[in-house]
Design a binder for this molecule. Structure first.
Ligand code: 3PG
Length: 212
């Protein structure tokens, strides 16, 4: 079995969620993430370039790279073959979780209800993504949803940004948060990597206030 999510994200409380339109941007993006102090990436499989970009990013030993928006076991297999070290889904799929287990790669399935959390736990999942976190009520909604699950660790994603990052990270159950705000698709497409470095640095220092 590979590393657990709790180990992978112990010192990485922010997971940049990336939508990338060209694999050519992957190299400069890797540099920006490292320079910005956020050496981690969830590459969403939403664009034709995503798998190739994932391969390029995963080739950088100083980055922790996973795949996001994984909807099927086939996609999970391809992402793992491209170097993904964790697999994120918007919802809970037994097939995706089983495929990840077979490959020894941790799965981070999305859940939005207590029933989905129970199904994920029954499938042996140790951490869930709470998605879309803003629509679940933000930090108070997240707190209420997970109250019946002591020991559960969660990764709220969806609508996380500078205004609420610290509030999420102040929750002990929150292992990390996911978000695209510091790696905006338009900035990547326009090659505005200096701005990405700046947003990453701002996110890192905001997180350090709550989790020194
Ligand atoms: C995801 O794919 O997990 C979300 O789209 C990220 O949400 P955000 O764009 O609101 O950060």
């Amino acid at each position: 079995m590979g590393s657990s999510l709790i180990t992978l994200f112990r010192d990485r409380p922010i997971v940049p969620v990336i939508v990338i339109d060209s694999a050519a941007a992957a190299g400069p993006l890797a540099d920006a993430l490292i320079e910005g102090g956020l050496p981690c990436a969830e590459v969403t499989l939403r664009t034709p370039a995503a798998l190739e970009a994932l391969r390029v990013l995963a080739g950088r030993p100083d980055l922790l790279v996973g795949a996001g928006s994984v909807l099927s076991a086939g996609q999970a297999r391809r992402a793992i073959a491209a170097g993904a070290r964790f697999i994120v889904s918007p919802g809970f799929s037994e097939d995706v979780v089983a495929c990840c287990r077979d490959h020894g790669v941790p799965a981070l399935p999305g859940v939005a209800t207590a029933t989905e959390i129970m199904r994920a736990l029954a499938a042996g999942v140790e951490v869930v993504k709470l998605f879309p976190a803003a629509q679940l009520g933000g930090p108070p909604g997240v707190r209420a949803l997970i109250a019946p699950f002591p020991g559960l660790r969660v990764v709220p994603t969806g609508g996380v940004g500078p205004a609420n990052l610290a509030t999420y990270l102040a929750e002990p159950a929150v292992l990390a948060v996911g978000g695209s705000w510091m790696v905006d698709q338009g900035l990547i497409g326009a090659g505005r990597f200096a701005e990405i470095v700046g947003s990453c640095r701002a996110a890192v220092s905001a997180a350090a206030e709550v989790r020194p």
